[in-house]
Design a protein around this ligand. Structure first.
Ligand SMILES: Cc1cc2nc3c(=O)[nH]c(=O)nc-3n(C[C@H](O)[C@H](O)[C@H](O)COP(=O)(O)OP(=O)(O)OC[C@H]3O[C@@H](n4cnc5c(N)ncnc54)[C@H](O)[C@@H]3O)c2cc1C
Length: 109
């Protein structure tokens, strides 16, 4: 597997090659594994390898990854405060799952 930003395609899949060629034809520049600091009307300020640079752009497509953040749960556990984790802090998914899990916990209290 190859990680193009967060788009995962089989390394030699025809779909991946086609997508990359199409993007290249359209003049789309792929910038991966960077942090973005600011988006303005003129482009985007990114940080890569410790340095910041401004990239001119008229359109920006963010392809970001998601990961659960359990900092708050862990902090509450350390303080001995009872808490129930629901939604994206368990595993990033969608609004429906977060609401379902919240409702289930609320009904069980
Ligand atoms: C760009 C984007 C587009 C999306 N589009 C869709 C979509 O179209 N359909 C769909 O179903 N889902 C979509 N999702 C996913 C959806 O937003 C999440 O699954 C959903 O919001 C999860 O709800 P949650 O309550 O678990 O977390 P969140 O909505 O992230 O809420 C967590 C809240 O806790 C707060 N918080 C975090 N840490 C602390 C702390 N230490 N102290 C106090 N507060 C804290 C945060 O500020 C936040 O307000 C999208 C997500 C993103 C990022």
């Amino acid at each position: 597997m190859r990680d193009i930003g967060r788009c995962r395609y089989e390394e030699n899949s025809p779909q991946r090659e086609m997508l990359l060629m199409r993007l290249a034809d359209l003049g789309v520049r792929l910038i991966t594994r960077v942090r973005f600091n600011q988006i303005t009307k003129k482009g985007i300020l990114i940080t890569q390898d410790g340095g910041s640079e401004f990239q001119d752009a008229d359109s920006i497509v963010l392809a970001v990854t998601t990961a659960p953040n359990q900092d708050l749960m862990q902090a509450l556990e350390r303080e001995g405060i009872s808490a129930h984790a629901v939604g994206d802090c368990m595993e990033p998914r969608g609004v429906k799952e977060a609401i379902d899990e919240g409702l289930r916990v609320a009904l069980a209290l």
